[in-house]
Design a protein around this ligand. Structure first.
Ligand code: PAF
Length: 253
């Protein structure tokens, strides 16, 4: 039975009293859970005695008000998915609990976070790193799980725990894709039918193009508004819009 809790005191006392000697897996999410999240849950389930999922749409990592306002919310079906995946606890924190300081204190990184998505989404990674640090400090999980679709995020979180001597192991989980190749994302539900048809081209073009410049041109030809395509250390990263929806992906090259 999945326990649903809302306060920091509840999760802290679960961590302290019930789980002193046990391993705790943690999956931070913003809800609108899909098969990609289910994969994180399955892996966490295999590797830990107790698994906690948080659902919190973190406003400090949104650089665009419309994106925040339109972020899908499907709490009831999210909880059902957690139950199906035998998650022990779902935590639904509130802004005032996570940000008692009103975000006067934040964590920032000065190199990687200024590239790729960081160039186009000012403040995004500060907000993401800050919320992840707060969540990890509250739960103190043994392991925390992040999808490789947000590869830059995963690298930054790994850097965060190293830089601040945090005891959590960060586990990256491969991207889950639709049969068309489209990487699963909560934002996909906002694509119009014709955009949804076009969207798998992002992955196909990233995989097949000879260079990042070729990939950019090909995406533009196919109706994408490209933020960036960039090859770095054997991986090709991209972010591109279809209508108002920003899609990101990355592939090994
Ligand atoms: O990847 C996400 O859903 C978010 O960036 C995260 C890690 C839950 C932090 O809000």
């Amino acid at each position: 039975m999945t326990q649903v809790v809302t306060t920091i005191n509840e999760v802290k006392s679960i961590r302290k009293a019930v789980l002193k000697e046990k391993s705790v897996g943690f999956i931070p999410t913003m809800g609108a859970l899909h098969a990609g999240h289910a994969e994180l849950m399955k892996q966490a389930r295999k590797e830990n005695d107790y698994v906690i999922v948080s659902i919190f749409v973190n406003p400090t990592q949104f650089d665009n008000t419309e994106d925040l306002e339109k972020y899908p919310s499907t709490i009831q079906s999210d909880i059902r998915m957690a139950e199906k995946e035998t998650i022990n606890c779902v935590w639904l924190p509130k802004y005032s609990q996570i940000y008692p300081d009103e975000y006067k204190y934040k964590v920032s990184e000065s190199e990687l976070s200024k590239t790729l998505c960081g160039t186009h989404r000012p403040g995004h990674f500060d907000g993401m790193l800050t919320v992840v640090m707060r969540l990890l400090n509250i739960i103190k999980p043994t392991r925390a799980y992040f999808g490789e679709k947000d590869y830059q995020q995963l690298q930054l979180v790994r850097g965060l725990v190293q830089a601040f001597f945090m005891d959590t192991q960060i586990v990256g989980v491969p991207t889950v894709r639709e049969p068309t190749g489209l990487a699963l994302s909560s934002r996909n539900t906002r694509l119009k039918p014709e955009e949804k048809e076009n969207a798998p081209l992002l992955y196909k073009i990233l995989k097949l193009a000879k260079s990042d410049e070729d990939a950019r041109l090909d995406l533009e030809k196919n109706g994408f508004k490209v933020d960036y395509v960039q090859d770095i250390n054997g991986r090709r990263y991209a972010a591109a819009y279809l209508g108002p929806i920003r899609l990101i992906d990355n592939v090994k090259i």
